[in-house]
Design a protein around this ligand. Structure first.
Ligand SMILES: O=C(CO)[C@@H](O)[C@H](O)[C@H](O)[C@H](O)COP(=O)(O)O
Ligand SMILES: [Zn+2]
Length: 203
């Protein structure tokens, strides 16, 4: 019996797109520097007893939750749980704020309620233009949080966040595949810091 694989080229194209974007990141010195800086920013905040708050829409909501879970639980190393939360999971908050203030405010309002000066807000948007993420960035800046945008080639978030991590790809899925890789690297870099094992409020 002959087995046919009619989608082999589609599979190869998809994998190649992902590899190409990741290879560009690997060879981009300014991206590598930006990622190190973001890791330092997050580590410093955690060492100072602050937290990391993340948000995104659709696949990026899943990325926000995934990264928060790695920090609260563990990525690879045994250590204390680190304070990180995705504000994409509370359906009561999301529906109430969306219903009463509009979808654009679903994250900004939670940032206003939950973030404190010195926290880090990470907004994940492949287009760089999702209005609810941009509104959350503004809300976080008002409270003097450090704002980080994870995005694709451009979009308004690049001018509005304090630091950005941009993926050189045009397709949403490719950008997301790079974002979760970046999220894992970020967790690994944060876990490198041994002094994180002691709670700042018990030093
Ligand atoms: O996962 C996917 C596509 O891969 C979609 O769910 C995607 O996340 C949604 O269309 C989002 O609304 C896109 O928003 P953004 O990344 O541009 O902020
Ligand atoms: Zn997706």
């Amino acid at each position: 019996m002959t087995v046919k694989y009619p989608h082999t080229s589609l599979i190869a194209e998809h994998i190649n797109r992902s590899v190409e974007a990741k290879t560009k990141l690997l060879n981009d010195a300014s991206f590598l520097a930006a990622l190190n800086t973001v890791a330092e920013t997050c580590t410093d905040a955690l060492l100072n007893g602050k937290k990391i708050v993340l948000a995104g829409n659709g696949g990026s909501a899943a990325d926000a939750q995934h990264i928060a879970a790695e920090l609260v639980g563990r990525y690879k190393k045994e250590r204390r749980g680190l304070p990180a939360i995705a504000i994409t999971t509370d359906t009561s908050a999301l529906t109430a704020i969306g219903n009463d203030y509009g979808y654009e405010q679903v994250f900004a309002r939670q940032v206003e309620a939950l973030c404190q000066k010195g926290d880090v807000f990470i907004g994940i948007t492949t287009s760089g233009n999702s209005k609810n993420i941009l509104a959350a960035i503004h809300s976080a800046r008002d409270i003097q949080c450090t704002t980080i945008g994870m995005t694709g080639c451009g979009g308004n978030i690049v001018d509005q966040a304090d630091q950005t991590l941009s993926v050189p790809a045009s397709e949403t899925a490719t950008i997301q595949e790079c974002h979760i890789m970046i999220g894992h690297i970020l967790c690994a870099l944060i876990e490198e810091n041994e002094t994180l094992s002691q709670r700042p409020d018990q030093k």
